[in-house]
Write a protein that binds this ligand. Structure first.
Ligand code: ARG
Length: 564
C-alpha cells in the first residue's frame, strides 16, 4: 500500500499531498514524517502546536480501529508516523509482484536511444571503455525494465585519415592470416610501425592520404581492406561484449554519417548560423561562452561534431526518440555542450543528454599494461578476474570452479566495481577489493543471493510447505525483518530513481543495503525449523529478497549464481 498517500488522506487538508510525507532513515524515530511548517500560515498556529494537535487526533483514530499505523508522535513541528509492523510486512510482500508489473507502464510508448561504448576501429577495448560500456549497458536494462523502447547505439569511431595510414601499412607489411590470428594487436602494431617509418619517409603520408580519399570515394579495394579491419575489430570486441552481457541495436558510426552531413550544413547555412573563420566554417558560440563549433575544415572535410549533428538528426528521424543519452567521459563535456547548443540554435529541441563519467585507473596496473605503455586491455583484465575468482571459488566450494560460476563472479566483480560509485567520480580499480566476498562488492551480493537460494532449497527438502501455511505476521515482524521490509518497499522506486538520474550506482548501493539487512536478519533469526507459521513468514521474506537481488543484479549486468 502507498503509505504516503494513506497518511496524507488522514491529514485531510488540500495543502498536504503524498509528496509531503518522507521516509525516515532512523527507524527508531518513526517510518514516515510530515513537517508541519507549511501549515502554520493557514492554520495560524505554530508548527509545534499543529503537530501536537494532529498527533492527538490521529492517535484516537489508531486506537479505534486496527490501522496501518501503530503510533504517531509530535517532534518539534514534525509528525512522525510508526507503521504497524505486521501490517507493513504483510502488505509489502503482498504487493511486491504487482508493483513489479506496474513500473512497466512508465515507459510505455516512449523511446530512449543510448549511445554507449562507441569504440574506435582498429583500437583495443581498454579499461577506459569499461565505464561507458557498463553504465550504458545497465541503463539499457533499467529503461527496458521500466517499459521503454530502448535503442542501444555503438557510434563507431570508424572515420578519419588514420584508416588511410592503416591501409598503406597493411599493404606494405601486413598479411591477412596474421591479422585474423592476432586481431587488434596486429592492427595496433601496423599503425605504430607506420608512424615510426613515416618520420623518415614523408611519401608514406601522401600514400595514406590517397588511400583515405579512396575509402571516401567508394573504391572497391580500399573498402574491402577497410571492412576487413572493421570485421576483425568487431569480432574481437564482441567477445568482450558478450562476456559483459551488453548488446547493441545499431553500429552506425561516424562513417555511416559521412554522406549525411550535407543537409546539416545546408540547414545551418539557411538558418544563418554558419560563419567563416580562417577559411573554416564554424558556428559562433561566443555569446554562450564557448569556443566556436567547427563544422567544416578549410579543405572541406568534416569534423567529429559535424558527424554528431548528422547522427542526432538521423536518430530523431529514424527512432523518434524522447531522449537520447550519450554515455561518454567528462573529457568530452565541451564537445557535447557545443553540439547540443547548435541543435538548439537550429530549433531542434531534442531531448539530448550527456551522461558523463570519471576516469578509471589501475591500482596495480603494471602487470596488465601492454608493451606500448599504459593501455590495459579490458579482455585481459576480465580474464585475470575470472582466474582469480576461480581460485577463490575453489577454496570455498571445491568443484564449483569447474562450472560457469568463476566467470560469473569474476566478470561480475569488475562490472560492479565500475558501477558502485557515483559515475562522475574517478575510479581506481583494484582487482583484490573488487573480488572480495565481504564489503560492498559484486561477489558479496551474489553470495547473499546464493545464501537465499540455499535457505529456500533446504526448507523445500525438509518439506516445509510455505504455500498453505498461515503466516504469523506479528511474530515475524521483528526489527531485523522490518529493516528488510523497508528496503523491499522502495525497490521499484529505486529503479526509477536510477533511471531519472542516469545513475546505476543508486541501484548498486540499494542492493548492498538490502543484502546487509538480509544478512543481519539471517544471522539473528532462525529461518528453518521454527514454528511453521514463523518459518513460513521468514521464508517468504527470503524468497522476496532472492527475487529482488536476482533482478537487481541483472539490471546491473551481473549474473546471480544459485551456488557459490
Ligand atoms: N569514439 C568516441 C571516443 O572514443 C566516442 C563516441 C561517443 N559518441 C558520440 N556520439 N560522439 O572518444
Amino acid at each position: 500500500m502507498d503509505y504516503k498517500l494513506e497518511i496524507s488522506k488522514l491529514i485531510n487538508l488540500p495543502l498536504i499531498t503524498a509528496e509531503d510525507i518522507t521516509p525516515i532513515s532512523d527507524s527508531k524515530m518513526g517510518d514516515f514524517a510530515l513537517p508541519c511548517f507549511k501549515l502554520a500560515k493557514e492554520l495560524r498556529k505554530s508548527p509545534v502546536q499543529i503537530a501536537q494537535e494532529f498527533a492527538a487526533k490521529i492517535k484516537e483514530k489508531i486506537a479505534k480501529k486496527a490501522n496501518f499505523l501503530s503510533d504517531v508522535v509530535a517532534v518539534n513541528g514534525y509528525l512522525n508516523f510508526f507503521v504497524d509492523p505486521s501490517f507493513y510486512l504483510k502488505s509489502t510482500l503482498d504487493v511486491l509482484q504487482k508493483k513489479g508489473k506496474d513500473i512497466k507502464k512508465r515507459g510505455k510508448g516512449k523511446t530512449i536511444c543510448i549511445d554507449y561504448s562507441s569504440i574506435n576501429i582498429a583500437k583495443p577495448l581498454h579499461i577506459g571503455h569499461l565505464m561507458t560500456t557498463v553504465i550504458g549497458g545497465s541503463l539499457y536494462r533499467i529503461y527496458k525494465r521500466l517499459g521503454y523502447k530502448v535503442v542501444g547505439i555503438n557510434h563507431l569511431g570508424d572515420y578519419g585519415t588514420q584508416f588511410g595510414k592503416l591501409i598503406a601499412a597493411y599493404l606494405k607489411w601486413g598479411d591477412e592470416d596474421k591479422l585474423k590470428k592476432k586481431g587488434i594487436r596486429a592492427l595496433v602494431e601496423l599503425y605504430v610501425r607506420f608512424h615510426k617509418e613515416a618520420e623518415s619517409n614523408p611519401a608514406y603520408d601522401d600514400e595514406a592520404r590517397a588511400w583515405f580519399v579512396k575509402i571516401e570515394k567508394g573504391d572497391k579495394e580500399a573498402n574491402r581492406i577497410y571492412k576487413l579491419f572493421k570485421d576483425i575489430t568487431l569480432a574481437e570486441i564482441n567477445k568482450t561484449y558478450k562476456l559483459l552481457g551488453v548488446d547493441f541495436d545499431s553500429y552506425d558510426g561516424e562513417s555511416f554519417f559521412s554522406d549525411k552531413m550535407q543537409p546539416v550544413i545546408d540547414e545551418l547555412e539557411a538558418k544563418g548560423l554558419l560563419t567563416t573563420s580562417e577559411g573554416a566554417k564554424v558556428v559562433d558560440l561566443e555569446e554562450y561562452n564557448m569556443p566556436p563549433c567547427l563544422i567544416l575544415k578549410k579543405d572541406g572535410s568534416s569534423l567529429y561534431a559535424t558527424r554528431d549533428l548528422a547522427a542526432a538528426l538521423y536518430r530523431k528521424e529514424v527512432y523518434d526518440f524522447d531522449k537520447c543519452l550519450y554515455v561518454v567521459a567528462y573529457q568530452q563535456n565541451l564537445h557535447f555542450k557545443q553540439v547540443f547548443k547548435v541543435l538548439e540554435l537550429m530549433g531542434r529541441d531534442y531531448g539530448v543528454v550527456h551522461v558523463p563519467f570519471g576516469m578509471v585507473s589501475l591500482k596495480d596496473g603494471g602487470k596488465l599494461s601492454t608493451r606500448e605503455g599504459t593501455v590495459v586491455y579490458l579482455a585481459d583484465l576480465l580474464k585475470e578476474a575470472v582466474n582469480k575468482a576461480g581460485q577463490i571459488v575453489k577454496e570455498k566450494s571445491p568443484g564449483l570452479e569447474k562450472t560457469k560460476v568463476p566467470k560469473e563472479v569474476g566478470v561480475g566483480a569488475v562490472i560492479f566495481y565500475a558501477l558502485a560509485s557515483s559515475r562522475i567520480k574517478d575510479v581506481v580499480y583494484s582487482q583484490e577489493s573488487a573480488l572480495s566476498f565481504e564489503g560492498e562488492t559484486g561477489p558479496y551480493l551474489q553470495y547473499t543471493h546464493a545464501r537465499c537460494c540455499s535457505v529456500i532449497k533446504k526448507s523445500e527438502e525438509r518439506g516445509e510447505n510455505k504455500e498453505n501455511c498461515q503466516i504469523d505476521y506479528k511474530a515475524v515482524a521483528d526489527d531485523e525483518a522490518l529493516a528488510v521490509v523497508r528496503l523491499l518497499d522502495v525497490y521499484h522506486k529505486t529503479i526509477e530513481n536510477a533511471a531519472d538520474k542516469y545513475e546505476p550506482s543508486i541501484l548498486a548501493k540499494y542492493l548492498i543495503d538490502l543484502a546487509q539487512a538480509y544478512n543481519k536478519f539471517y544471522f539473528e533469526r532462525k529461518i528453518i525449523g521454527e514454528a511453521a507459521a514463523i518459518s513460513a513468514g521468514r521464508l517468504a521474506l527470503t524468497v522476496a529478497v532472492r527475487d529482488t537481488l536476482k533482478e537487481g543484479l541483472g539490471l546491473l549486468l551481473l549474473k546471480a549464481p544459485e551456488k557459490m
